[in-house]
Design a protein around this ligand. Structure first.
Ligand code: PMV
Length: 360
């Protein structure tokens, strides 16, 4: 049978490997902020998005993961895992990571030969609306691919990252975009060559210079872990009254984004990014059951930003993930005046601020 990349079989690992009794691999992966959002997935297939999405990877917002593996006394289908976050043992992540390992074991048969210790460190708080699962799952997937390489698989660089993205997707959809730096697309879109539902690709088209030097200041208005997990939110899209229209518009918004990225129309970019963010939250608010991720300070930041934009005529726009925190996107040239404004007008609304370069 000829396996092509649109076929999951393309990612099977070969059966025979060198035997290595133990080892350690370390990988770093960045978080990302979506410009066109992924919200909703197919019910019959695993982690297949219902619309394509595009994101910037964030330079200063990342996870470093060390994966220690040692041979099991007896091969078994169970995974023995220990997880440490910043040196602290974290059993709350065990189930999620164990499920992830079970899901990918089909494609990485060698995983069943080992026990694992996962030591991970984030440059930001987890589960607070910054995509911590994106950077942590993608860092872990890169570690797993490094093991695959060490065990003797000949992997081209292209395949290494493609499969890392494929595996990441099975852990957390948005994580598959974190495998690459820069602007990254996940999900098939008829106008984006090479786009796939199975893994992400680097955005393949010309980008205006203005979008190659953008900053993202993340205002952490709420550090607490999310009450409703994204997996639940995606599930609620399955019988959502506005889902069909959302997927249609998300596709059209991607068309608009392709043209904006080419022409460098920053105000249109901002309008679209804000519209996508509010649409994402509108979907949550109109799910059944409905819920709300924004906090009073989220709205205070947005209104203060809108007033500032009218007065200053600066190109600064917000984006939201599935949480209360606000991402402010602006070109690097505006850095000095915008940091001044953030310090004087926004500091009181947030617990912490992280400024990152949007990698291009
Ligand atoms: O990757 P998940 O399953 O955690 O979904 C998160 C999706 C959003 O972050 C809300 C949007 C996106 O495209 O990143």
């Amino acid at each position: 049978m000829i396996l092509n990349s649109e076929n999951n079989g393309f990612f099977f690992s070969k059966k025979k490997y060198f035997i290595e009794s133990n080892g350690t691999v370390t990988k770093k992966s960045h978080s990302n902020i979506a410009l066109i959002k992924y919200w909703g997935k197919h019910t019959k297939e695993i982690q297949i998005p219902l619309n394509s999405s595009i994101s910037y990877s964030l330079e200063q917002v990342y996870t470093v993961t060390r994966l220690i593996y040692y041979m099991k006394k007896k091969k078994s289908k169970n995974f023995s895992l220990k997880i440490f976050l910043s040196g602290e043992k974290k059993n709350i992540f065990l189930q999620k990571i164990r499920n992830f390992f079970h899901r990918i074991a089909y494609y990485c048969s060698y995983l069943q030969d080992y026990n694992f210790i996962i030591e991970t460190h984030n440059t930001f708080p987890h589960s607070c609306g910054i995509a911590s699962s994106a950077s942590s799952i993608s860092a872990l997937s890169l570690c797993i691919m490094e093991i695959e390489k060490k065990l003797g698989s000949f992997l081209t660089k292209e395949f290494f990252f493609k499969k890392a993205s494929f595996l990441s997707r099975l852990g957390s959809g948005s994580a598959c975009r974190s495998i690459y730096s820069g602007l990254v697309v996940w999900g098939y879109h008829k106008y984006i060559k090479g786009s796939s539902n199975l893994y992400s690709i680097r955005y393949p088209y010309q980008v205006h210079p203005i979008f190659t030097k953008m900053l993202d200041t993340i205002l952490i208005v709420d550090e607490k872990p999310k009450k409703i997990l994204s997996s639940k939110g995606h599930q609620l899209m399955n019988r959502h009254p506005y889902a069909k229209e959302r997927f249609k518009y998300a596709n059209q918004n991607m068309n608009r984004m392709i043209s904006i990225l080419k022409t460098g129309d920053l105000p249109e970019f901002g309008k679209l990014v804000e519209y996508e963010s509010l649409t994402l939250h509108a979907m949550m608010m109109t799910s059944n059951p409905y819920y709300l991720c924004m906090k009073p300070n989220t709205l205070s930041v947005i209104h203060t930003l809108w007033d500032f934009r009218i007065e200053s005529k600066k190109n600064i726009y917000f984006s939201l993930d599935a949480g209360a925190n606000v991402h402010l996107l602006y070109p690097i040239q505006e850095k000095t005046s915008i940091s001044k404004w953030i310090n004087s007008d926004l500091l009181s609304y947030c617990k912490q601020i992280i400024t990152s370069f949007c990698i291009y």
